[in-house]
Write a protein that binds this ligand. Structure first.
Ligand code: 23J
Ligand code: MN
Length: 258
């Protein structure tokens, strides 16, 4: 059984297994989701240089990070939402580590999101994907490709007088994935795992409400989903082990067979 790991290492060395980085750069320029009242708007990330080969420490360089847990490419734990607050193993430090690695099902909603920035994933889109690629297995990451990560500047948050306009999931799709498919979580290319207009939905932020209430995870601000096959990739997404943490910036990787 040690053979599977030997095969993996050999595959990586030979280029038969490719590592795709699903992570965006993390910096003070990283956009923060506009929360709107009554929620307190979180600050941009601050990178404070502690010392840089100078009088503060001549032989080394290091920074102090000031960062909101939900900044940039990040992991949402069930404790993030009120519906998941009393679940067991619901925080960054208590989630079982085996849950940080799982197979990916990639749903390509690029055309739909290009036509309509307020596009919502419906159960019908999932059924159509399953007719072509097979049933989404329990424990899978479902990644929604929209190419939203290719938007630059203000077009990423896409805010107008009515708020943000970016794609997400209808509550029925979130319920289907959580309860009919028992996925490990849902990942997206947008700033958060709900649609830009989802504060107006019933319940508000229905994907957060549903997924985290069911003990499922979220991944936001992913990129390079266009480099993944519909099935067969393996996602590695581990948050920092923040005690009682609601989420964390993460380096999210995918392994893809060449
Ligand atoms: C905090 C409060 C509300 C929301 C969020 C964070 C996110 O979308 C997130 O990044 O999890 S809606
Ligand atoms: Mn989050």
């Amino acid at each position: 059984m040690a053979q599977v790991l030997a095969d993996l290492v050999a595959g990586l060395a030979a280029g038969q297994v490719k590592v795709v980085d699903l992570t965006k750069p993390l910096s003070p320029e990283t956009p923060i989701i506009p929360l709107g009242p009554p929620a307190k708007q979180p600050p941009n990330m601050v990178i404070e240089t502690n010392n840089k080969y100078d009088s503060r420490g001549p032989t080394s360089y290091s920074n102090t990070l000031h960062v909101w847990e939900h900044t940039g490419t990040h992991f949402d734990a069930p404790i993030h939402w009120v519906t998941g607050k009393d679940l067991p193993n619901n925080a960054c430090d208590t989630i079982l580590p085996q849950k940080f690695i799982g197979p990916a099902c990639v749903l390509d909603m690029t055309a739909e999101a290009a036509k309509n920035p307020d596009f919502l994933l419906m159960p019908e889109h999932i059924h159509e994907w399953e007719r072509r690629h097979g049933r989404i297995p329990a424990g899978a990451w479902v990644l929604i490709r929209t190419d939203w990560s290719k938007r630059e500047g203000a077009a990423f948050l896409n805010v107008d007088a009515n708020g943000a306009h970016s794609p997400g999931q209808h509550v029925s799709a979130s319920r289907f994935l959580a309860y009919e498919r028992d996925v490990i979580g849902l990942g997206v290319e947008t700033v958060g795992t709900d649609a830009g207009q989802a504060h107006r939905f019933d319940p508000p932020l229905p994907n957060h409400y549903t997924m985290h209430g069911a003990g499922k995870f979220g991944l936001a601000s992913l990129c390079n989903l266009d480099q993944l096959p519909p099935t067969g990739a393996v996602v590695i997404a581990a948050p920092l082990k923040i005690v009682n943490g609601s989420g964390s910036p993460a380096r999210v990787l995918a392994l893809v067979a060449n």
